[in-house]
Design a protein around this ligand. Sequence first.
Ligand code: AMP
Ligand code: ZN
Length: 131
Amino acid sequence: MNDCIFCKIIQGEMPSYTVYEDDDLKVFMNINPSTNGHLLLIPKKHLTTLLDVDKEWMGHALEVIQTKLYPLLKEKLHCDGLTLSQNNFYGQEVKHFHIHLTPRYEHDLVDYQYNEEMLNEVETVFHTLVE
Ligand code: AMP
Ligand code: ZN
């Protein structure tokens, strides 16, 4: 995928400020952060969305977040919390799977809008998934 900017970052063809890296993933600063310390965690392999990653990789990513990244953000930036987010297709600007780690601070400007007009009856949407 030589037109993928995150593959270029992995290959060292584009600069990034790397915070953590191992054989399977890389974590670097978001060039356009939502809050101070906003990180992106990506697989070294080019995968597009959540439908492409396997649970071993996700488990490893979770462990890195729990044991290294969240503690690092708390210690160094004194964030009050951490929001994980991840866009698939819609809202996904870069088509290389990535997890946003957005440190949260009291009075930050991160805002998830609620739109009542978008809601359906809960039963209509979910009853088929309940076993
Ligand atoms: P998404 O909208 O979920 O695809 O998010 C893509 C993110 O990648 C955005 O938050 C961008 O600020 C970030 N981004 C794009 N190009 C770069 C880059 N070269 N280095 C670091 N972050 C980037
Ligand atoms: Zn890629």
